[in-house]
Design a protein around this ligand. Structure first.
Ligand code: GLY
Length: 388
C-alpha cells in the first residue's frame, strides 16, 4: 500500500506554480472556446471544439467561473456568461437532455453563475434542469433512472455517478421552497447508497431494479473492467458524492459511506499514486491511468474535511494536499505545446473483455479531470462556496 507519510506536503510554491499554469492555459483557450465548448476529452493533447451537447460541457464553463473567482479577470466572466445563455437554450429546446446528467451540466455553469453574479438566466436554466432530473425518478425501486427512455427495461437502473447530480436538487429546493426536489434526492440517495456499496467497500457502477416490482436485481458495470471490479472513477464519484450528501443532510450514514469508499480508494492507489482506470490493475501494469479519478477524490476529501472534527479534518486536508501535489507534479500540463488542457493521463473509457466500451480518451486530458483538478486548487487556495 502507498505510504502517504512519504509523500511531500503541499507547499505554497506548488500552489503558485499550479495557478500560473491554469491562468496561462485557460487564457490561451478563450479565443477558441468562448462561443464553443471543449469536447469531452483531448485528442493528442488538444481539445476539439464541441457544441453544447453530451454530459460534459458544464465543466468548461465551470473552469471559467473558477478562474474568474481565482484571478478576477472579467474576460473569464464574459465568456462564462455567454455559455450560460447556451445552457438556457439547451434545456428550453431539450437538446440532448434525455438523461440524468443535469447536475454535471448545470451546477458548475448555471448554479455557479447565479451564486457568483446573481445571473437570473442561470437560475432559471438550473431550475428547469432540476425539473428535468426529477422527471426521471422511478417510484418502483425509488431511484433516478440514468440513461435511456423512461421505463425501458434494459435501462431500469441507477448509476453511482448520479450522486453528483443530486446537489442541483438540494439547491433547487433551497431556491424555490419546493420540497419535491429534495425528496427525490433523498430517496435516490437512500437507494443508491444501499445497493452500490459492496461489503469490501468497493462499489458497483450501475444497479438494476425490476421495473414491475421495484426489487433490486443486480450490479453491473458499464465503464469498469468487469461487473465485480471497482472502476476507479466510479469509486471517486462515491467519495465526492457521499461528502456532498453529508453537506446537505448531515446524516451519519453518508459519513460512514464516505469513510468506507475513501478508505478503499486510498488503499488501492499504486505506489506511483495515480490510479489505474480500474482498481483491478496495480503496479506493474501497462493499463492506462485515470488522473481524473484522483482529482475528484481530492475534491471529495476537501469537502468532507469541512464537516469533520478538527483532528480528522486536519488529517484529511493534509492527505488531500499531498495527493494534489502529486497530481501537479505527475500530471499537470506545464507546457502549452504539449496540451491545451490542465491535467494529463485521464481515461474516459477503456475497452475490456467484459465491458461494452470502446476506447475513448485513453491517456488524454478530459474536461472533468481539468475541472476537478482546478476545483481542488481553488479549495486549497481559499474558503470556497461550492457550486454543488
Ligand atoms: N459520468 C460519466 C463518467 O464518469 O464517465
Amino acid at each position: 500500500m502507498l505510504d502517504f507519510e512519504k509523500l511531500a506536503d503541499l507547499d505554497n510554491a506548488t500552489i503558485s506554480a499550479a495557478k500560473a499554469c491554469v491562468l496561462d492555459s485557460t487564457s490561451r483557450c478563450l479565443p477558441e472556446f468562448t462561443r464553443s465548448f471543449k469536447y469531452s476529452h483531448s485528442e493528442n493533447g488538444f481539445y476539439p471544439k464541441s457544441g453544447n451537447v453530451e454530459w460534459t460541457t458544464g465543466f468548461w464553463t465551470g473552469q471559467l467561473w473558477l478562474c474568474y473567482e481565482l484571478f478576477g479577470n472579467e474576460s473569464f466572466r464574459k465568456a462564462a456568461e455567454w455559455q450560460v445563455e447556451s445552457f438556457y437554450s439547451r434545456i428550453v429546446n431539450r437538446i440532448d437532455v434525455e438523461h440524468h446528467d443535469m447536475g454535471f451540466l448545470y451546477s458548475p455553469s448555471c448554479v455557479a453563475a447565479y451564486k457568483l453574479t446573481k445571473n437570473e438566466v442561470g437560475r432559471k436554466a438550473a431550475i428547469l434542469a432540476a425539473d428535468n432530473l426529477v422527471s426521471r425518478f422511478q417510484e418502483k425501486g425509488g431511484f433516478i433512472q440514468a440513461w435511456g427512455p423512461l421505463g425501458a427495461k434494459d435501462n431500469y437502473r441507477l448509476i453511482i455517478d448520479c450522486l453528483l447530480n443530486l446537489p442541483l436538487l438540494f439547491w433547487a429546493t433551497g431556491e424555490t421552497g419546493d420540497k419535491r426536489y429534495e425528496e427525490v434526492a433523498v430517496k435516490h440517495l437512500d437507494t443508491a447508497l444501499k445497493y452500490v456499496l459492496r461489503d469490501d467497500d468497493s462499489t458497483y457502477h450501475t444497479y438494476y431494479f425490476d421495473m414491475d416490482t421495484g426489487k433490486p436485481l443486480k450490479g453491473v458495470t458499464a465503464q469498469g473492467n468487469r461487473d465485480g471490479s471497482a472502476w476507479s472513477r466510479g469509486q471517486s464519484w462515491g467519495v465526492y458524492g457521499s461528502a456532498l450528501a453529508y453537506r446537505y443532510l448531515k446524516n451519519d450514514e453518508a459519513l460512514d459511506v464516505f469513510d468506507r469508499v475513501t478508505g478503499y480508494f486510498l488503499s488501492h492507489l499504486p505506489d506511483d499514486v495515480i490510479p489505474y482506470w480500474d482498481f483491478d490493475f496495480t503496479n506493474p501494469s501497462n493499463e492506462p491511468r485515470d488522473s481524473s479519478a484522483l482529482a475528484i477524490t481530492v475534491c471529495g476529501m476537501l469537502e468532507a474535511s469541512r464537516w469533520m472534527d478538527k483532528e480528522k479534518s486536519e488529517n484529511l486536508k493534509r492527505t488531500a494536499g499531498r495527493l494534489f501535489r502529486q497530481l501537479y507534479e505527475r500530471c499537470a500540463v506545464k507546457n502549452p505545446d504539449v496540451s491545451d488542457g490542465l491535467l494529463l493521463h485521464g481515461t474516459y473509457a477503456r475497452k475490456s473483455e467484459w465491458n461494452t466500451c470502446n476506447n475513448r480518451g485513453v491517456d488524454e486530458c478530459n474536461i472533468w479531470g481539468d475541472y476537478y483538478y482546478l476545483e481542488a486548487l481553488v479549495r486549497l487556495s481559499k474558503d470556497w462556496d461550492p457550486y454543488w
